[in-house]
Design a protein around this ligand. Structure first.
Ligand SMILES: O=C(O)CCC(=O)C(=O)O
Length: 267
């Protein structure tokens, strides 16, 4: 066995009950997806990549969505393309297979991102939102994100919370994350519904569908909340022509399939 093999993410079998639960609720918690030395290697690779990129360009002017997100957390998109030791995890067939089984179709990588929420930079909560409405995809129903806690995520340091079943509402207007409107204005009947917070031990993860309403609290602890997310889209996803950091300047025209080497098949 090579060093590479020993540090690969092992397969994570799912029961039919888990798959049904994900499809009904729009999210699922999966415990201990990554453990032991594999978790140490993944965390080391992501933390190192974030540190390198933060130190390289601490004051880089940012525009648009990137600037908005960075008021909430230190976000580094598509680390896999610049850091081979992160790519091993982003391109993990085992993680990709979970995405495929949950969504029930072949999937491609859309992008990865480190989401490091620093201790209490203002009220750095992540507002309620749906993800897929920000993505330049023609069809928005079957994207899914694995959100992996690299350190324990708690209600104190900003774990994720979800509202069950909201993916079936379909795409709602995109809220402005820097000046958030209230997503529930578009679904007032959901106001009384209690969100489900998902504290996670390091190495545990949630998967959520791109249309599921979700939120993460502010980081009230004195350490950084470290999460790494990998986002998958169905094979066959087409570009809708809207600007996005991942597709800008890549030469795609509206209607093109997002099927280049930037978006590898997974699983
Ligand atoms: O990490 C966060 O605070 C929010 C992450 C999120 O919204 C996502 O991964 O879709």
């Amino acid at each position: 066995m090579t060093v590479h093999d020993t540090l690969s993410v092992p397969d994570y079998p799912l029961t039919q009950e888990q798959i049904d639960q994900y499809r009904r609720d729009g999210f699922i918690q999966l415990d201990e997806v990554i453990t032991g030395p594999v978790l140490d290697a993944m965390r080391g690779a992501v933390v190192n990549a974030v540190a390198i990129e933060t130190n390289e360009a601490p004051d880089r002017p940012r525009s648009g969505a990137q600037a908005t997100y960075e008021k909430i957390f230190n976000q580094k998109v598509n680390l896999w393309q610049r850091h081979p030791d992160v790519a091993r995890f982003t391109l993990s067939a085992a993680l990709g297979r979970i995405a495929m089984r949950l969504e029930g179709r072949p999937m491609r990588l859309w992008h990865d991102q480190a989401l490091f929420k620093e201790p209490m930079k203002g009220n750095n909560r992540t507002p309620w939102h749906q993800d897929a409405v920000y993505w330049p995809h023609v069809d928005r129903w079957h994207q899914t994100t694995i959100w992996i806690a690299l350190k324990d995520a708690t209600t104190h340091n900003g774990c994720m919370a979800f509202v069950e079943g909201t993916h079936s509402l379909g795409p709602q207007p995109a809220v402005d994350l820097s000046d958030p409107q209230d997503l529930f204005d578009y679904a007032p009947h959901l106001r009384p519904v209690k969100p489900v917070p998902r504290p996670l031990k390091a190495g545990s993860a949630t998967f959520h569908n791109g249309l599921t309403f979700h939120y993460a609290g502010p980081n009230k602890s004195d350490g950084t909340r470290e999460a790494f997310a990998i986002i998958y889209m169905p094979d066959g996803t087409r570009f809708d022509g809207k600007p996005h950091i991942v597709t800008d300047e890549q030469g795609f025209a509206a209607g093109d399939l997002l099927d280049s080497e930037l978006f590898p098949r997974v699983g």
